[in-house]
Design a protein around this ligand. Sequence first.
Ligand code: OOG
Ligand code: MG
Length: 262
Amino acid sequence: MKLDQATITALAERLENCELQAQDTTKITDEHPDMDWDDAYAIQNTIKARKIARGARIIGLKAGLTSHAKMKQMGVSTPVFGFMADYYAVPDGGEVKVSELIHPKVEPEIAFVTKSELRGPGCHIGAVLAATDFVMPGIEVIDSRYRDFKFDLKSVVADNTSAARFVVGGQPADVADVDLRTVGIVMEKNGVPVAFGAGAAVLGHPAAAIAMLANHLAASGECIPAGTLILSGGITEAVSVSAGDNVTLRVQGMGSTSLRFV
Ligand code: OOG
Ligand code: MG
C-alpha cells in the first residue's frame, strides 16, 4: 500500500459522490501516480462499505476487461473485478434514467449464477462449470466516473470498474447444454444490430473470467459464495447510449434481455 487510510477514505468518498451525483472527475492516478493495486481495491472496498452502511445490499460480482475488444477499446491489458449493489439491478425490459448517469455505455455479457462455493487459488474452468447453476444473457451499463471515460487500470478498479446498472433475463441455460465458447450474441440498439460476438471473446471461455475472479478473491481470503450472480465481462466493445434508446441482447439458446434509456 502506498496511500494512507485518510487518503483512501477521501478518494472513496469523492468517487462515490461522483457516482451518486452523476458528475465526472479527473482520474485519481493523476494526483496519486504511485498508488498500487492494493490501494485501488481498498478504495473500491471502502465505496462498498459506504453503500452497505447506508443499507444497500451487494447482490453480485463482475469481471471486466476480459475481452481483447474491451482491452483495446480502453487501452489496458489486465482484467479487473468489481461488485454490484442492489440498486444497479434493472428489471428485464425496465428503464434506466440517463439523468442519474454521466455517459453510459452498454456491454453484452454472459451472466453466471453459482450453486456452490468457488474458492481459489487454482480455480479453473472445470470447477466453475461444476459450480454453475445456470447462465443467462446480461447487459451491463457501465458509466466511468472519469472524464471522457479515460482511465488507467488502478483508477478504474478504485471506481468499481465503472459499474452502474445491469439487467439479466431471458432463458437460463444449463452449462451442459451450451458450448460457451461458440455461443453467439447479437446486441441491438433500437432494433439495429450494433455488436456481434461469441463467448470465446472472453478469455477463450467466459468461465475463465469467473475462475480468475475466484483466484483474485483468494488473495484476500475470500471466495465466491453459492448463489452469486457474476457478470463475466463485455464480449464486444461497449456501445454509447442516450435517452430514448432501447437495447436488446440476444444470446444463442438463452433468449434475450433488454432495457430502455429514458
Ligand atoms: C471498465 C469496465 C469494463 C467489461 O465488461 O469489460 C467492463 C470500463 O470499460 O469502463 O465492465
Ligand atoms: Mg462489463
